[in-house]
Design a protein around this ligand. Sequence first.
Ligand SMILES: [Fe+2]
Length: 276
Amino acid sequence: MIIRELTDGQALAISQESHADVAAQFAAHWGNGRIAPLNPYNSMLFGVVYHDSGHREMEAALAINPETGLPYNFRGAPPEVRNREADGLNSLWIRQRDPYAALVVSMHHTGLRKRRYDTLRMRRDGKVDPAPGDGETLGADNALTDLKDWQREAAETLGADDPATKRLLWHNYKMLQVFDLLSLHFCCDGYAGDELRPAVLEGVPVAADSDDTVDIHIQPLGGSRVRFDPYPFDTSPLEVGVIARKMAAQHAAAPEQAQAAYYKGGRCPIVWQIVS
Ligand SMILES: [Fe+2]
């Protein structure tokens, strides 16, 4: 669950699968004459859509943070609330339907604990997310070494020994970071108060068979319009939307009361217009 507190004392709650749907809207329209489209398109979209469905366990429990009177945010929840085991089970669920998508998603979750393997990062107000390490730069070799059990088997079955296949797999790992970071920017991290702030998504790969990257400048234009430069999508404007729940913090309330406030929360459609 993403919890974004508003300046009027209320908060927006966005489920992790809704965050994934925002990522999938960016993924579906990725690519144009300058930026390569996704390949394999359907596997990547399937993976993006379900990449965070392991959070369903945490969200179904709807644990309330006693400090905020709101459901726990996805960051900072205690381990017994966050339930990371569910991420592994979700990758296995994806694997039954699409092993390629499952491999990319499982690499993504391992990479979240390793600075996204020093690939993509979002720069805002002079700070980068994830913050750089002070040791070696992580990369494809670290990611492949981290594969365990079924992941290693899947990589072999999918032909990751072949240099071109391995290169495409690594490219697609990075593409999932692109869509995840873009979605997090619009669902929570990109806001200062109630307004979007400028950002730069650094290190965006241009194509699987190239080492070239671009830094995409994300510039709010007022309201919900945002300019991307260079523009990576196949249509402009691109409308991207999500349904959030608006609720007031339930300080000093019983958890059941806070849960009821979440269930009753008014649904708020949020639509951003992304333009070139
Ligand atoms: Fe995500």
